[in-house]
Design a protein around this ligand. Structure first.
Ligand SMILES: [Zn+2]
Length: 351
């Protein structure tokens, strides 16, 4: 059974296509024959062995990569509690949690003190077969390809937290999404539009991405490579600022993101790929009643809600490219250079 794995941390060259015997999971689980895997910044962070606060790393090598998978149900454990049937098209939520604590009991499984992620703490999904708890499985919404479904788990469950659970975006609010061409950002734009917000975006390459972002419903675009770009946001809001800024970028954009907010506005954070220390002014924050909200991957309840919303609103995740497993190195390069619009998806040949 082929997989993408690493034996050490490093650059894309440490990624390898490996083989290992098939196995049978415990009888409470279901087997998903994986057909497509979405890649995330997480894959780059795990491969590189990034360390620091809030970062977890694999406990052993070899480590199978990947958190996002979609495919078909290939087998059902004897004791699997599920209505799933062989052949069902499914998408997998990668979070593992204790199932018993105060957070798990209300579906906020990603707040569980024992929360772990497939592909981060434990072996991931970039392999031909995975055995998972049926609770972590949802049916692929009608009208979506398997590749589109594979773009859902991390990006859209995080975006649900950014826009709905933590961001609490209301109809008519102005939402500015920076780093706008990334996977989480494009998902956040799509969810904010479907929630009835007025959606603006910031990117370092507005000329390249303008047409695609406008097609998603973005009505104003800002060049975040321009110094003091928050002044342009102020100009369009009578000097006031927007209600919400979604910032998956981190240190490179936080100062200007915070300055783009109206008094009482919310900065919703879900990433720090450009750095972890934004050097912001505390006075600028509290004097203007502004709020900073952390919104990482949502829990199982958020995953189910976002899959339902994608089905109801017929949202198609934005896919930059689909590559075969053999091109996983190129896929990582594409994510690291940010030279893309939406998700990079890897096909797993399961025939
Ligand atoms: Zn728990």
């Amino acid at each position: 059974m082929r997989n993408v794995s690493i034996n050490s941390f490093g650059g894309p060259e440490v990624l390898r296509i490996a083989d290992r015997p098939t196995y049978r999971g415990d009888e409470t689980k279901v087997r998903v024959d994986v057909e497509a895997c979405g890649l995330n910044w997480l894959d780059v962070a795990v491969r590189s062995g990034h360390s620091g606060p809030g970062i977890r790393l694999p406990k052993k090598f070899p480590h199978v990569m990947g958190a996002d998978a979609a495919g078909r149900i290939g087998a059902l454990g004897m004791d699997a509690r599920s209505d799933l049937r062989i052949g069902d098209r499914v998408v997998v939520y990668p979070g593992l949690s204790c199932g018993e604590c105060q957070f798990c009991r209300i579906g906020e499984t990603s707040m569980c003190p024992k929360f772990e992620l497939l592909g981060e703490d434990t072996d991931g999904v970039q392999q031909e077969e995975i055995w998972v708890d049926p609770r972590n499985v949802a049916m692929v919404p009608q009208g979506l390809t398997t590749e589109e479904a594979a773009a859902i788990p991390v990006a859209f469950t995080t975006a649900w937290n950014l826009i709905i659970s933590a961001g609490a975006v209301r109809v008519g609010e102005k939402v500015l999404v920076v780093g706008a061409s990334g996977g989480v950002a494009t998902a956040a734009i799509q969810l904010a539009v479907s929630a009835g917000a007025v959606v603006w975006a910031g990117t370092r390459s507005p000329d390249i991405f303008a047409r695609s972002l406008n097609a998603l419903g973005v009505s104003e675009l800002f060049d975040t490579s321009t110094p003091n770009w928050s002044t342009f946001v102020a100009d369009l809001t009578d000097g006031c600022g927007v209600d919400v800024v979604v910032d998956p970028v981190g240190a490179a954009t936080w100062k200007e993101s915070l300055r783009s907010l109206r008094p009482g506005g919310r900065l919703v954070a879900c990433g720090a790929s450009s750095g972890d220390d934004p050097g912001i002014s505390i006075r600028e924050l509290y004097q203007a009643h502004k709020r900073i909200i952390g919104a990482p991957l949502g829990g199982l309840q958020s995953f189910r809600s976002v899959v339902d919303t994608i089905a109801t609103h017929q949202i198609h995740p934005v896919i930059d490219r689909v590559v075969p497993m053999e091109d996983v190195h190129d896929a990582h390069n594409a994510i690291e250079t940010s030279n893309r619009m939406g998700k990079v998806v890897m096909r797993i040949d399961n025939s």
